[in-house]
Design a protein around this ligand. Structure first.
Ligand SMILES: CC(C)=CCC/C(C)=C/CC/C(C)=C/C=C/C(C)=C/C=C/C=C(C)/C=C/C=C(C)/C=C/C=C(C)/C=C/CC(C)(C)O
Ligand SMILES: C[S@@+](CC[C@H](N)C(=O)[O-])C[C@H]1O[C@@H](n2cnc3c(N)ncnc32)[C@H](O)[C@@H]1O
Length: 375
């Protein structure tokens, strides 16, 4: 089928029209595969497309590696198939099928007579929290089973929105509602905290309030780096109660003040010269997200700082993480959207903040950081 209308979009539209006609033509594809100079490009593109098509299968092999504990087992040392099968409680044929699949994905590596952890398996185990993320993905995949239906109904209403109780349910949830997501957030905080703190060291500040601070994992990381900073945490009452307990058991009770409340309804505590929002803003649709920024503006003194850390849309080199993964994750959750750094800076400006800056992070795929000041 011939595409039309590209010529209405200037030279770039015309170029895309021509390029897509070529790429979509079976004759051109056969031609490219037959020319030695073009063949590697054709193979690379085919491989990338195959990975996109097969992605769910790869993810489920990874999920099986996590659920069975295969990567942890091989981290203890190499093993042969029979001993893997025994420890994973799988039939030997099943264990070998999993080992071969995982080896093809770089999670496991063949050794003569056995199997070792692969390079990606080793890197994955080095990032605490990814395992928990993978383990909870069955909720996301259940919601994405019919992506078109999800898009048509505007998101939410499924397993993820029940998991993230605050996403669609008004009210605050009892402690059972919040335990699952609070544990997941605490476990995955190492993916975020070190990067945020490397990007924006807090030496200049005296009192930090972490809004939507969960069980306090971010503030615990802050406390380990900055021993003179006074710390405050604000979250829904059931989560705040978990934070109080966590600070007591970590010996941080004397340095922290914990506030339970709803940041869309209750005023935030004052007296802090910096307020952080770690993986919070993208959870909320534009109107509540803007209201939250206004609340923070009202709670800060003149010259006070707001720090936002979360994955963002249109991050160069990490585009699929923002708009594809988090775009559809938050759609399934039923609230919020990933925003680009530009969109967040515009919201900050509209909320009365000035001098917003994107601070460089080591792994923008998972964490970008923006700071701004109240005038
Ligand atoms: C030693 C030799 C031989 C060679 C060296 C060569 C070399 C230099 C290799 C580099 C090795 C290296 C340093 C690898 C590092 C790998 C790293 C850092 C990998 C990190 C991967 C991170 C991943 C996959 C993160 C995934 C995060 C996810 C899925 C997060 C999900 C978050 C969610 C769902 C949050 C929900 C919160 C809500 C609701 C949105 O608010
Ligand atoms: C995605 S979690 C992030 C937790 C933590 N900042 C982190 O990065 O690990 C969002 C947090 O915001 C809290 N939250 C959501 N809506 C809230 C509201 N209306 N008032 C107060 N806290 C809220 C949740 O309870 C949860 O702890």
């Amino acid at each position: 089928m011939k595409s039309t209308g590209y010529q209405n979009y200037g030279w770039r539209g015309r170029w895309l029209g021509w390029r897509n006609t070529m790429l979509g033509s079976p004759r051109f594809q056969r031609f490219a595969q037959s020319i030695p100079l073009l063949r590697p490009i054709a193979r690379r593109r085919a491989r990338a497309l195959f990975d996109l098509v097969a992605g769910f299968t790869y993810s489920q092999i990874l999920a099986a590696c996590i659920e069975t504990g295969l990567l942890d087992l091989l981290a203890e040392g190499p093993r042969d198939s029979a001993s893997v099968a025994l420890r994973l409680d799988l039939p030997i044929a099943g264990a070998e099928r999993l080992l071969r699949g995982a080896a093809a994905l770089g999670l496991v590596e063949r050794l003569r007579g056995g199997w070792a952890l692969g390079s990606d398996g080793a890197a994955l185990r080095g990032n605490r929290g990814i395992g928990e993320m993978i383990a909870h993905h069955h909720l996301l995949y259940a919601d994405l089973a019919d992506p078109v239906a999800l898009l048509r109904r505007g998101g939410g209403g499924g397993a993820l929105s029940r998991h993230w109780h605050y996403a669609e349910a008004a009210g605050q949830g009892d402690s059972a509602d919040v335990a699952g997501y609070s544990r997941l957030m605490a476990a995955s905080q190492p993916l975020v905290a070190a990067q945020a703190l490397d990007a924006y060291p807090l030496h200049r500040h005296r009192r930090l309030l972490d809004v939507g601070g969960g069980e306090g994992a971010f503030l615990s990381a802050v406390a380990a780096r900055h021993d003179r900073l006074r710390l405050g945490l604000f979250d829904l009452p059931a989560v705040a109660a978990r934070a109080t307990q966590a600070f007591e058991s970590a010996g941080l009770g004397g340095r922290t003040d914990v506030f339970g409340g709803d940041f869309l309804r209750d005023p935030l505590p004052t007296g802090y010269d910096i307020i952080s929002l770690i993986r919070v803003l993208h959870d909320h649709d534009d109107a509540p997200a803007f209201a939250l920024l206004r609340q923070i503006h009202a709670a800060l003194p003149p010259g006070g700082t707001v720090l936002i850390a979360e994955p963002m849309a249109r991050t160069p080199g990490a585009e699929p993480a923002g708009d594809a993964y988090f775009g559809f994750y938050l759609l399934a959750m039923g609230s919020g959207r990933p925003r680009s750094a530009g969109e967040i800076r515009a919201m900050l400006r509209a909320a009365g903040f000035v001098a917003s800056r994107v601070r460089r992070t080591a792994m923008p795929l998972t964490t970008r950081v923006i700071v701004a000041r109240r005038q």
